[in-house]
Design a binder for this molecule. Structure first.
Ligand code: 5GP
Length: 345
């Protein structure tokens, strides 16, 4: 047994220190980033915020709405080939810049992925997502998908440490998804005692990935726009959101009314709800169970998106970053014992 004594930080442990700035308005801040991926060699341009590949959030409806803001959606893996076909038939080709196909690592997942990639050769992102990105078999799977699809941009995860980020990039991933345990409907830390505070995971993994020309997604744990800004400030190239995008018209989940208030159900992809819905098909998704919760119904997703993007733009003006690209260079985190004033809740 070993104990590492440096303290690892979550979003709630820090604030971003303001810096002298020449920017006068947040409308001057450019959130569009251009990335060229290390292995696929493709170039992508957009606002690097991604809807999580959960069946309540990674929906076709969310994909369409986020594409209007140049953002991405990791479409969940439970749509049928027919549903994909009708979605693609209705959309125009630019949608392919804004969607990722999700896959697990079972032979069924691989067969479905191959069918989808054959039916829709314009798909340019594959997100391979497993419970535990530390398994040797996972690295082998990533290698296999890379061999089969040399020019598709590959996302692989989840892990939380630099050495595993490097191994996945060397195996063929372009982008590594980072986060174990921070999710809003995740109980991994409760059930297993395993995890890594998300800001430190982001900082350390970004550093490892960037050393090899790779990128990372900070996945999970953002509850407010300030957390998204902190993830970018910590070096995340992309930020993935589940709970913050749940509860909208475009999100899936039953709309229920309790004491005159409307809610939408939201659940982890390894919760009992997801398990029963997908008949055991997601049993391996995450190391442990997830929660099922009701989130207040929030109407169209675009209002929430504008709130999040407005927050990040404002962060940039506070530190003098003209564009999102400059944010991490201009970020100094201060460790704190307080966040927002809670007098009025
Ligand atoms: P959020 O933005 O809601 O805090 O986190 C979203 C992330 O939580 C997802 O992208 C995924 O990585 C993770 N997640 C989703 N469902 C589950 C689950 O059932 N169990 C665990 N451990 N993590 C989950």
């Amino acid at each position: 047994m070993r104990i590492e004594s440096d303290i690892k930080l979550g979003f709630k442990d820090v604030l971003i220190r303001p810096k002298r700035s020449t920017l006068s308005s947040r409308s001057q801040v450019d959130l569009v980033r251009t990335y060229t991926f290390v292995n696929s060699k493709r170039t992508w341009k957009g606002v690097p915020v991604i809807a999580a590949n959960m069946d309540t959030v990674g929906t076709f409806e969310v994909a369409k709405a986020l594409a209007e803001h140049k953002m991405l959606c990791a479409v969940h893996k439970h749509y049928t080939l027919e549903q994909w076909q009708s979605f693609v038939d209705e959309a125009d080709d630019s949608i392919f810049d804004h969607i990722m196909v999700s896959s697990g690592t079972s032979s069924n997942d691989m067969a479905k992925l191959n069918q989808l990639m054959t039916a829709h050769p314009k798909l340019q992102f594959i997100c391979i997502d497993v419970a535990n990105g530390y398994a040797e078999a996972f690295v082998e799977f990533v290698r296999k998908v890379r061999q089969q699809y040399p020019d598709v941009t590959l996302i692989a995860g989840n892990v939380v440490t630099g050495e595993m980020v490097e191994e996945l990039i060397l195996a063929g991933a372009d982008v590594v998804k980072v986060g174990i345990g921070p999710g809003s409907v995740c109980t991994t830390r409760v059930k297993t005692g395993v995890g890594y505070p998300q800001l430190s995971a982001t900082i350390e993994c970004a550093d490892a990935a960037h050393g090899l020309g790779g990128l990372i997604i900070s996945d999970g744990g953002c509850a407010i726009p300030g957390d998204v800004a902190k993830a970018f400030g910590g070096g995340a190239d992309f930020v993935m959101l589940g709970g913050m995008l749940a509860g909208h018209d475009e999100s899936a989940g039953d709309l229920v009314e309790v004491e005159g208030k409307q809610y939408k159900t939201f659940y982890g992809m390894s919760s009992a709800t997801a398990m029963s819905k997908h008949a055991g098909g997601v049993a391996e998704y995450r190391a442990s169970e997830g929660k099922t919760v009701k989130v207040p119904y929030r109407g169209p997703i675009s209002a929430t998106v504008l709130d999040i993007l407005g927050g990040i733009r404002s962060t940039c003006t506070y530190v003098g970053a003209l564009s999102l690209k400059e944010l991490s260079k201009r970020t100094t985190f201060i460790m704190v014992r307080e966040q927002e004033n809670q007098v009025f809740g």
